[in-house]
Write a protein that binds this ligand. Structure first.
Ligand code: FAD
Ligand code: NAI
Length: 328
């Protein structure tokens, strides 16, 4: 019997790889340091409704990803989101509607990876610290000192800075991952008891502290009595305020939002801040995935591609396809 394939990281890239391998008849085992799947597509459940703190929506441009989105729609975990879209530039908030289809998980962003996990074996709450190559097989060590294995191959599907130490056995791949700069994003959620008096449902911001804000509860399936909003700081602002307290970040981004939105903004009933240390690659790449096929180790994630949900999914697809090609 062949040993299973280990996949480190149960974000969309790791799960995309898992699906390709599983469909080709290979056993996989995923390891995820968090309690749930999704990574940067995670959602926070709260008494004020679920909140998408990471990815806000995604677009689909590659035919393979368009097909995957169609499948998720049939399964009922994805729907189109067509918000009243605005932009803020040169001190003015103006409508900026377009024809671009945008997709979200329903009833929350994390529903997609939850559906993808299905029956796949995943060890949650398990942070992998090392990947070792024995004479024939791979084994993994976790942060509690436990060993896992044997595995025939390893796919590392984490952000680049977290992939680098796990790639120590393949120094060339480790060096590539080490060269990837990932920018942070501060994300703030606000819930108001009385709806804000504005038609805006989402806004691309082109100046100041904010990059984006959206009315979370106007996405399909987000039932809540509160008017919930999610605000994202720009990469530059987030980096400058990397070590600021959550209270400071909430105060500043709430203040910036109140200035832009053009209506009265009362004190929110609920606030939350989340710092994404490795939110997005500072620049996109066209690697697809990294591979040392002879050793049997691969790395994938949004940082190998366009730095978006679609890019992450395609990268996982590419890593698994290369692994399968090498087995033939
Ligand atoms: P991740 O989602 O980061 O998954 C990696 C997983 O690996 C995580 O679950 C992590 O916990 C786990 N992990 C890490 N290290 C270890 C370890 N040592 N052991 C075990 N597990 C480990 N994209 C869009 O297309 N549209 C958007 O609107 C958008 N907005 C965004 C807003 C924010 C604030 C952020 C942060 C991202 C946004 N993105 C958006 C980007 C998108 O979320 C990512 O490109 C995509 O989710 C990355 O998927 P991934 O699988 O490559 O990585
Ligand atoms: P997209 O095509 O909707 O947006 C791409 C970019 O085009 C936007 O950032 C915006 O600057 C511009 N744009 C698009 N439509 C616009 C409109 N109607 N009016 C004004 N500007 C418009 O989606 P795509 O290509 O899938 O990008 C995903 C989004 O995710 C981007 O907005 C990106 O900034 C965001 N993202 C955020 C991250 C973070 O850490 N905050 C990480 C990764 C992606």
């Amino acid at each position: 019997m062949t040993a299973p394939i280990a996949i480190i990281g149960a974000g969309i890239a790791g799960l995309s790889a898992a699906h390709v391998l599983n469909a080709a008849g290979h056993e996989v085992h995923l390891f995820e340091k968090s309690r749930g799947s999704g990574g940067r597509m995670a959602s926070k459940r709260s008494d004020f409704g679920s909140l998408d703190l990471g990815a806000q929506y995604f677009t689909a441009r590659d035919r393979r990803f368009i097909d995957a989105v169609s499948q998720w729609r049939i399964q009922g975990c994805v729907a189109e989101w067509d918000p009243a879209l605005y932009q803020y530039r040169s001190g003015a908030l103006t409508p900026s509607q377009d024809e671009q289809p945008r997709w979200v998980g329903i009833p929350r962003m994390s529903a997609i990876t939850r559906a993808m996990v299905g029956d796949l074996p995943v060890s949650f709450g398990c942070r992998i610290t090392e990947a070792f190559r024995g004479p024939q097989h791979w084994s993994l060590q976790d942060a509690d000192g436990h060993n896992h294995g044997p595995f025939s191959h390893v796919i590392i599907a984490t952000p680049a800075p977290q992939a680098t130490p796990l790639l120590a056995t393949a120094p060339k791949l480790a060096a590539v991952a080490a060269g990837v700069v990932m920018d942070p994003t501060w994300s703030v959620a606000l819930a108001f008891k009385t709806p804000l008096d504005t038609p805006v449902e989402a806004c691309f911001v082109q100046e100041g502290e904010l990059d984006w804000f959206a009315r979370n509860r106007c996405k399909p399936g987000r039932e809540t009595d509160y008017d919930t909003w999610v605000l994202h700081g720009t990469s530059a602002w987030s980096r400058e305020h990397l070590d600021a307290s959550k209270e400071q970040v909430i105060e500043q981004l709430h203040g910036a939002f109140a200035e832009l939105i053009g209506c009265a903004v009362p004190e929110p009933a609920f606030t939350l801040a989340h710092r994404w240390l490795y939110a997005r690659p500072a620049q996109g790449h066209q690697w697809g995935a990294l591979a040392d096929a002879d050793l049997g180790i691969y790395a994938c994630g949004d940082w190998c591609g366009t730095g978006r949900v679609e890019g992450a999914w395609l990268s996982g697809f590419d890593a698994a396809s290369r692994l399968l090609d090498h087995l033939e």
